[in-house]
Design a protein around this ligand. Structure first.
Ligand code: NOJ
Length: 755
């Protein structure tokens, strides 16, 4: 069974209970990729292409804004709707983005099917990034669960809601790897590690695309942004990327390769240039690696205007030049720059662009529409939309994911979990009574009124048994004495003070890059003032990225990173703070002490002079430590775990056969809990230097208190290999170290040798 065909137990249960039918919409054959595998479909595609004019073909290659929906400001949208329907009728666009709702999209679709010449349905794409209406935690937080099954289910739910609302295609998963927390879009990634990112990417693709793209519960996924968008210089969005082919392949390619292996239907080309050639016209990365090496046969869409932005890059002279270059490199669809529609006709007539290239791209777009079942079943079902949108089951699952994504960073003196018999709590901070910012970035269909605020979640949990006193204390970026004094007074009167501080939704995300990634001064002052009251103080951070918090790390006894948790924010926070959910999430990124350490990542190379405390001429700073605040993979629990009995078997016949690694993990504390067991390797001597640690396996599992579980991993050729000087993957003979533990810095160690 291919990986992308795995079934989901959760859905079997939840949706039978909910009575929702998730059967194939029209056919027995349920395609899970956009590859050309069905001769019947290929025949229909050829027939259409034979009968289309060049203008109509260019229409299929064009994606434009779809007017959102009628219930968003209907008056203002009236004109837009007329224009939109006109475009559909004329067949001069093949796809919309930003069109939502079963009724609205059906209206568009009806015109396409009934009034356009070839009756070709519209392909409607949207940014369904961490949920559709049921907003889940931001992607970085989802990755912090280290639970691929959970993330897959979250995307299933997103797909169910989106498809019911007329969305056929999501511009997700974002599979960029990022080692720079200044970059606002780190929030959309699965963090800094290629292996974790690849696992999350595949899970998300499976989740979106489900059991068959022609079903009414599945949407086409789009792995983005191809490629190396996360390596923008200075952490500044859209910025130049200059990196070796080795780094490109080792760090940035694996998550795309995993997406392709999982059957992803589409890929988005990125805004950035790579070594002087923009990603949206990069023949080496698009045709060379993506199409030829990885064998990707699906649809490639540009990012928004990334084709004509090549004029700014200095890579194209004008829109015609840009369009010809992108098409030649393999970008099938133009998102919103209109350069294909406006210029390719002339370029074909002048002989610059071959019609064969255009036909190939049209075919890929039509194939996606066929595979999605849109020719036979173009409409969304309003009654299904009503039933699934923000259903109780979806909310319950969002709460679970949110609680499982919260990282316990510090818990001295066992301040957490809170006791049920606590008398009073001060609930303070700009995120404490906030129903907007917990949604996080890219929650286009999320609504503030859907969000359970922290204070409401806590009230729900404690009823009238505990006195909750709220004070905002400060805004995100500004504050004053009066606000702070009110918070201090609340803290003084309480047995414990909970501070909910961090970032507003628009402090991370696209174009929300920060040169200083600290907790803004008014919030830090608030934390200090509350701490100074002497009331035990717990800081709950809600952010879209790691932020720099040296004072808090040193002085506050208990710290939780709750990220932007989505609609179930308050309930999930209460679950974790009161211990109904024993936290087990782990950092998918290295947490810096200071912005000046960036880029800081765990899988770095060893230098000739590794940092050493008492040797000046080693690789370090004179003003701050070289070590992170919290390492990659780090996170605490309300219980404790011990690792023992590492065994390594099968090295003699490796890499032809897998090496088996096993370890005993014991829950040595007094509560049941989950542990994320992580396996890292180090290839000690190689023809190309290898990182000091490389994640090659992880398992999140529940271990009851007092019990021991044996956890096993397999290391295959794939895990042991790297790109040699000829850019081919090789495994070299020699010694490898193995580390198995709760994060990248501790655990049990062993060694094996490949002969
Ligand atoms: C630009 C973003 O870079 C991309 O991620 C997104 O999918 C498109 N805009 C469409 O909204």
């Amino acid at each position: 069974m291919p990986a992308h065909k795995q079934t989901s137990v959760f859905f079997g249960v939840a949706f039978t209970v909910a009575g929702i039918f998730l059967q194939p919409a029209f056919a027995d054959d349920a395609p899970t990729t956009t590859s050309r595998s069905n001769p019947e479909i290929e025949k229909r595609i050829s027939l259409l292409i034979e009968n289309m004019t060049l203008e109509e073909k260019l229409g299929q290659l064009t994606q434009q804004w779809g007017g959102e929906s009628q219930d968003v400001n209907p008056g203002a949208k009236k004109q837009a709707l007329d224009d939109i329907l006109g475009v559909v009728r004329a067949g001069i666009a093949g796809s919309f983005l930003g069109a939502y709702g079963a009724e609205y999209t059906n209206r568009i679709q009806k015109v396409a099917i009934e009034e356009s010449k070839h009756h070709i349905p519209m392909l409607i794409g949207n940014d369904v990034i961490h949920g559709f209406r049921t907003i889940f935690p931001v992607p970085l937080a989802e990755a912090a669960t280290w639970d691929v099954g959970l993330v897959e289910q979250a995307e299933r739910i997103a797909a169910v809601e989106a498809r019911a609302a007329g969305t056929h295609w999501t511009f997700a998963p974002m599979v960029d790897v990022c080692r720079d927390a200044r970059w606002g879009r780190i929030v959309e990634t699965s963090g800094e590690d290629p292996f974790l990112s690849a696992k999350m990417a595949a899970a998300r693709v499976r989740g979106f695309q489900g059991e068959g793209l022609n079903r009414n519960d599945a949407i086409l996924a789009c792995a983005k942004h191809y490629i190396a968008y996360g390596a923008a210089e200075g952490g500044r969005d859209y910025n130049t990327v200059d990196l070796s082919e080795y780094a490109l392949r080792e760090t940035h390619l694996p998550s795309f390769a995993a997406s392709v292996d999982a059957g992803v239907g589409s890929i988005m080309s990125a805004f950035n240039e790579i070594n002087g050639v923009p990603a949206s016209a990069n023949d080496m990365t698009l045709r060379g690696i993506l199409r030829n090496e990885l064998g990707f046969d699906g649809l490639v869409v540009s990012d928004w205007s990334s084709i004509t932005e090549m004029i700014n890059h200095g890579y194209a002279a004008d829109p015609a030049d840009a369009a010809a270059k992108s098409l030649a490199a393999g970008v099938d669809m133009d998102m919103c720059s209109f350069s294909y529609r406006d210029t390719l006709k002339k370029s074909v007539e002048s002989g610059r662009v071959s019609i064969r290239l255009i036909d190939d791209s049209v075919a890929r777009i039509l194939r996606a529409k066929f595979v999605l079942g849109l020719f036979d079943n173009p409409y969304a079902e309003p009654s299904l939309e009503k039933r699934v949108t923000l259903s109780a089951e979806h909310r319950a699952f969002a709460r679970k994911v949110a609680a499982k994504s919260m990282v316990l960073l510090k818990n001295d003196a066992g301040l957490l979990p809170l006791s049920d018999s606590i008398e009073s709590i001060a609930v303070i901070g700009p995120l404490a009574k906030n129903q907007h910012d917990p949604l996080g970035t890219w929650s286009l269909n999320g609504r503030d009124e859907d969000v359970v605020s922290v204070i409401d979640g806590l009230k729900q949990r404690v009823g009238d048994k505990v006195l909750l006193q709220y004070a905002q204390g400060s805004d995100f970026l500004t504050g004053d004495d009066a606000m702070r004094n009110e918070a201090v007074a609340a803290a003084k009167d309480a047995k414990v003070a909970l501070l909910f501080v961090g970032e507003a939704e628009n402090m991370s995300g696209e174009a929300y890059c920060r040169a200083t990634i600290d907790l803004p001064a008014p919030q830090l002052e608030l934390v200090k003032a509350v701490h100074a009251t002497g009331t035990p103080t717990i800081v709950v951070l809600m952010t879209g990225r790691p932020i720099v918090i040296p004072w808090i790390s040193e002085n506050i006894q208990a710290i939780v990173e709750a990220w932007h948790p989505g609609v179930e924010c308050g309930n999930a926070v209460a679950d974790v703070l009161f211990g109904d959910e024993n936290p087990a999430a782990r950092l998918p990124v290295t947490w810096p002490r200071h912005v000046g350490q960036i880029p800081l990542y765990y899988n770095h190379k060893m230098t000739g002079r590794p940092p050493a405390e008492n040797n000046r001429y080693t690789s370090k700073y004179i003003d701050i430590p070289w070590t992170p605040q919290y390492p990659f993979g780090f996170g605490l629990s309300y219980t404790t775990f011990a690792y023992a009995n590492l065994t390594i078997e099968g090295a003699a016949s490796a890499p032809s056969n897998p090496i088996k690694v096993a370890v005993d993990v014991t829950n040595t504390g007094s509560r049941d809990g989950d542990e994320v067991v992580q396996l890292y390797i180090r290839d000690l001597v190689a023809s190309r230097t290898r990182p000091v640690r490389e994640l090659k396996g992880f398992k999140r599992l529940s271990i009851p208190k007092g019990e021991t579980k044996q956890v096993t991993f397999e290391l295959t050729r794939d895990h042991l290999s790297f790109y040699g000087v000829d850019m081919k993957r090789i495994v070299e003979p020699g010694r490898f170290q193995v580390f198995v533990g709760p994060n990248c810095t501790t655990g049990v160690e062993g060694e094996f040798e490949i002969k």
